[in-house]
Ligand binder design. Sequence first.
Ligand SMILES: Cc1cc2nc3c(=O)[nH]c(=O)nc-3n(C[C@H](O)[C@H](O)[C@H](O)COP(=O)(O)OP(=O)(O)OC[C@H]3O[C@@H](n4cnc5c(N)ncnc54)[C@H](O)[C@@H]3O)c2cc1C
Length: 441
Amino acid sequence: MSEKHLENLQKGLSPVERLNLITEHAMCIGCGICRSVAKRGRIAFVPVQNGTLRPIADQSLTHGEMDRIVDICPGTRVDGLPEHEIRPDSHVDSVWGVWREIYACWSAEPAVRHQAATGGVLTGLGLYLVEGGEVDFLLHARAPDEYPTFGEQHVSRHREQVLRGSGSRYGPTATVIDIAGILDSAERAGETFAFIGTPCDVSALRNYARHDSRLDARCRYMLAMVCGGFMEPDASRRVLRRFGLEFDDVESLRYRGYGCPGPTTVRIRSGQTVRMNYLDFWGDDESTWGLPPRCKICPDGIGDAADIVAADTWDGGSPTRQGQEDDPGTNAILVRTPRGESLMNRAIDAGYLVRGPDMTCGDMNRVQPHQQARKRAAWARHEALGESGQVFPVARGLRLRRLHGDNTEAFNRREREGTAERIRMGKFSEETPVASVREDG
Ligand SMILES: Cc1cc2nc3c(=O)[nH]c(=O)nc-3n(C[C@H](O)[C@H](O)[C@H](O)COP(=O)(O)OP(=O)(O)OC[C@H]3O[C@@H](n4cnc5c(N)ncnc54)[C@H](O)[C@@H]3O)c2cc1C
C-alpha cells in the first residue's frame, strides 16, 4: 500500500476537493496543521456540522499546497522516528518501537503528581524545561473557556501556565494549529520551545519539519502521551446524557486528574458540580469509547516519533476502583532518543521527577493491551480501507507489515472483515465540511 493509492483517489479533483476528501473519508483528526501548510488565510479551521473542528479551504488553494498537505497531514502520512534520531545502540521492539529506556516515573512534587493526568511526568518535564531555562516556552494544551469539552493550544512560559495545562483533554484539541505563526514569532525573538501533544500531533510536526527547517531548529523536544483516542462532541453528548447532563449546559469539564485518575468532574452553568467515576464515564471497553474513526485505525497510538512518551501503568489497561484510592499516580516512560534520555536524567537530577523501577516491553504490553492490539491490527485495517477505495494514512517505519506477518491468519481476517463491515455501515464517512458556528480562520 503506498502513496499511489491516495494519488489515484485524488486524481481529477480540485485542490479543495482533495482536502475535503480527507475529511469525507473520516481521516481528519482535527490537529490543524494544514492551516499552516497553505498560504495564510486559505484554510479556515472551524466548527462544522458534527460540532468538531475541520479545515475549510477557499478556492485559491493550489495543488502544490495540497501536495504538501498530503505529505504532512497525519490523516494521510504517519512516520516512525526520523532516521537521524535512531542510534545503533537503541533497542527496537516490533510493537513499542525504538527505545533506550523504559521505567516507572512520577513528579517529585506531590501536588503536581496529584493534580496531573497520571503521575505528572509531562507537567514535571514542562516545569523543569521552562523554570530551568532550557527552553523559552512550552507548546501544549489546556481546557478552553469557550468549548468546555475540547482542549485548546496553549503557550506556557511560567509555572502557573504549565500547571493550567496539566491533565488529559479527551475532546478535540488542535495543539499544532498555526505552527507557522509560532515559528515566525520564535524566529523573530530567537526563542526555542518544547512540545507536548498526542502522537498524531508529533507526527504532524515531524512531517512539517521535512518542509520547514525552522521546526527542528526551534523545537528542542517532542514529548507525547500514549493515546487511545478522544471523544468527538456527539459521543460526549451521549455520555453526558447518561448522567442526566445536557452538553450545552456544561461550563467546564475535567476528564481526570486529582488521583489515580480521579473523577471526571463536570461543572454546569447553574453552578452545580457533578462527579462521575472515570470508569463509568468511559464504560467497560473500547467499543463504548465513541472514538473518531481515524483513532480506530491509528497506526501509532504510542508516540513512535517522540523523544519521550508517557503512559498509564494500570494492569489490563484500566484502573481498578481500589487503585483509584491507593495509587498516587504512576507513569510508564518510554525514552526513545538520546536527547530524551539526557532530558529525563537532568529533570530527575534537578529534583523535578522521581525515577521508579525499570520496566520492559512485556510490562508495556501488560499495561497497554489495547495499544498492542491496535498496532497489530493496523495493517489489516488499512488493507480493508485501501480495498474499499478509502483514504488512510500511509505509514512508514512503524513495523506494521512485520506485525501483520507475525499475527495469526484468523486475527488478520477478523480485523480486515471488521473494518470492511464498518465501512459498509458508513462509519468511515463524514459530510463535506461546512462552517456551522464561528470562524477563527
Ligand atoms: C486523548 C488522550 C488519549 C489517551 N489515551 C491513553 C492510552 O490509551 N493509554 C495511556 O496509558 N494513556 C493515555 N492517555 C495519556 C494519559 O491520560 C496521560 O496523559 C499520560 O499518562 C501523561 O500523564 P501525566 O500525568 O504525565 O500528564 P500531565 O502531567 O497531566 O500532562 C499532560 C500534558 O498533556 C497535554 N495534553 C493533555 N491533553 C492533550 C490533548 N488532547 N492534546 C494535546 N496535548 C494534551 C497537557 O497540556 C499537558 O501538558 C491519553 C491522553 C489523551 C489526551
